[in-house]
Design a protein around this ligand. Structure first.
Ligand SMILES: C[S@@+](CC[C@H](N)C(=O)[O-])C[C@H]1O[C@@H](n2cnc3c(N)ncnc32)[C@H](O)[C@@H]1O
Length: 243
């Protein structure tokens, strides 16, 4: 009998995959290695490498790991409870090709992932931040994009998604130095109601979602990338709820 998980859908949308019997559970939570991350030792093979930065509860990454067993996946988030949920769900689905870790994406990109080592980098709904110090807190900066280019292999894919129009406008300009961008249709074919918790939530609130796939350029363009010092315009629904 498959084990049952009491918290297995969000907003009425089932979490990808199915729980398996207990003897097939895996261990997908891991500790920060404290140095370079060893993909081959962790997964016991050389494979295509997929990361999700700020993965939240892991909805996208678990679905991807299940749909693409030939690829290895690492998800990270600074919030312990989000990683705990992600790992628990992946464990109970018996997923072997994913690991979740509490960690800072900037640090991992700079210190844990080697140059020329990643095939896909996914970032869904990076926090826009609204306060005066927002430009210093935002994940996607000129330095971060340059480092992303450096750690990706030739032909690597960067996937970006946001429901914040100002962040989107910034990204469209900022990403093109290192990546050739392609804007995608309104819904994902593999997850028409949303790939991630935040996407589902945003759509429930009636917010528009923008997304792009961006291919790593062999040689970056000789253009300057501005700092992310845009006004993110706090969404109205948050004001209405008095938060
Ligand atoms: C708006 S949520 C989106 C979560 C998930 N990607 C989704 O779409 O449902 C942004 C996430 O990024 C995480 N985060 C913010 N800064 C981070 C950083 N520097 N490194 C890793 N995670 C970060 C937050 O903890 C949060 O879970």
């Amino acid at each position: 009998m498959p084990a049952r998980h009491s918290n297995d859908s969000e907003f009425g949308i089932p979490f990808p995959g199915r729980e398996v019997s207990r003897e097939r559970w895996t261990t997908t939570g891991m500790r920060d290695p404290g140095g370079a991350f060893d993909w081959a030792a962790t997964f016991g093979r050389e494979s295509t490498r997929v990361v999700d930065l700020g993965c939240g509860n892991g909805r996208y990454l678990i679905g991807s790991a299940l749909a693409r067993p030939d690829r290895d996946h690492v998800g990270m988030d600074v919030v312990q409870v989000a990683i705990d949920y992600a790992a628990q769900r992946a464990n109970r689905r018996g997923v072997a090709n994913v690991r979740f870790v509490v960690g800072d994406a900037v640090k991992w990109m700079e210190e844990r992932f080697a140059t020329n080592s990643l095939d896909e980098v996914h970032i869904y709904h990076p926090q826009p931040y609204y306060e005066a110090d927002a430009p210093n807190r935002r994940l996607l900066t000129p330095a971060f994009l340059e480092r992303t280019w450096t750690v990706m292999r030739p032909g690597g894919l960067l996937v970006l998604q946001t429901d914040n129009k100002a962040y989107w406008t910034y990204l469209v300009g900022a990403v093109q130095k290192h990546f050739e961008t392609e804007r995608l249709p309104a819904t994902w074919p593999d997850a028409t109601r949303g790939r991630t918790r935040r996407e589902i939530q945003a759509r429930e609130k009636g917010l528009q979602v923008w997304r792009m796939e961006a291919r790593r350029r062999e040689v970056p363009l000789a253009i300057a990338v501005p700092a992310p010092d845009f006004d993110a315009n706090r969404p109205k629904f948050r004001k209405r709820r008095g938060k």
